[in-house]
Design a protein around this ligand. Structure first.
Ligand code: HPA
Length: 270
């Protein structure tokens, strides 16, 4: 796996000579975020040998390199999900690759279902912590000693410093922000109402199908991590409505301008 990672990193470095400081993974609602930054170059995933390519409709697949303000960034336009059938080690390969390209900080974004009764569709939630009990750890298997320790600490996955930066960025933009615990499940099906009650019982505030595994892989290699969820819908059983991807996409699109503003302000502050 480490050799595969190094090969991917070499293949990207051959295509572009750029050293990003911050990595940004785009979730729903931010899909076109990279169109608004000063782009230096991009590398489609399919040009990177051995790289997992996302199969979800509407998820573009490429790394975009450029500047958000003065900050050199690499943006993942399109992520790989566990439910697509890839092993977790492949799901987090792009995250690790950004680490090998030199990022020190990672900003994660996603769409999620709200399970905290105070949340409503269109809210943003700063991820304070996560629960990954519902998915295999991306660190299972031989440890990549080159990246990090066998038994990494997870007591502060989402950096306190960056959480404060999210609060400050939201305040500066006049965007209200919720805070809470993100629960990652496998998907691709949405949860049953009983599963949502279970997640609430666990201490979760929002549920989704990505992100926490990437955060774990990033922490394993010592990156500083933060995350923001866009609450696109009330989770199953909390409203009369049935869930569908269209509703998720529509809410994400509706608040997309605020989400972009928040992320840009945040990057300037971290
Ligand atoms: N559940 C899981 N993932 C999601 C949801 C949800 O309700 N909304 C957006 N992503």
């Amino acid at each position: 796996m480490y050799q595969k990672l190094l090969a991917c990193a070499e293949s990207v470095k051959k295509k572009i000579d750029f050293k990003p400081e911050v990595g940004l993974i785009l979730g729903s609602g931010l899909g076109d975020y990279a169109d608004g930054i000063r782009v230096v170059g991009s590398v489609p995933y399919h040009e990177i040998e051995g790289f997992p390519v996302s199969t979800v409709k509407g998820h573009k697949g490429c790394f975009v390199f450029g500047y958000v303000g003065e900050t050199p960034v690499v943006i993942m336009q399109g992520r790989v999900h566990y439910y697509e059938g890839y092993p977790m080690s492949d799901v987090v390969l792009p995250t690790r690759l950004m680490g090998l390209l030199g990022i020190k900080k990672l900003v994660l974004t996603n769409a999620a279902g709200g399970i905290n009764p105070d949340f409503k569709p269109g809210d943003f939630m700063m991820i304070a912590d996560h629960i990954t009990t519902g998915v295999p750890s991306p660190l299972i298997g031989a440890n990549l000693d080159e990246l990090g320790p066998r038994f990494p600490d997870m007591s502060e996955v989402y950096s306190k410093r960056m959480r404060e930066a999210i609060r400050a960025a939201a305040a500066a933009c006049g965007i209200p922000i919720q805070e809470g615990v993100y629960v990652q499940l496998t998907g691709p099906n949405y949860e049953t109402p009983a599963e949502v009650r279970m997640c609430r019982g666990w201490g979760g505030d929002a549920v989704g199908m990505s992100t926490a595994c990437e955060a774990m892989a990033a922490r394993h290699m010592g990156l500083e991590v933060c995350g923001i969820s866009c609450i696109t819908n009330l989770a199953a059983g909390l409203s009369q409505q049935q869930l569908d991807h269209k509703e998720v996409q529509e809410t994400a699109d509706r608040v997309s301008a605020s989400f972009k503003k928040l992320v840009t302000e945040l990057i300037g502050r971290i």
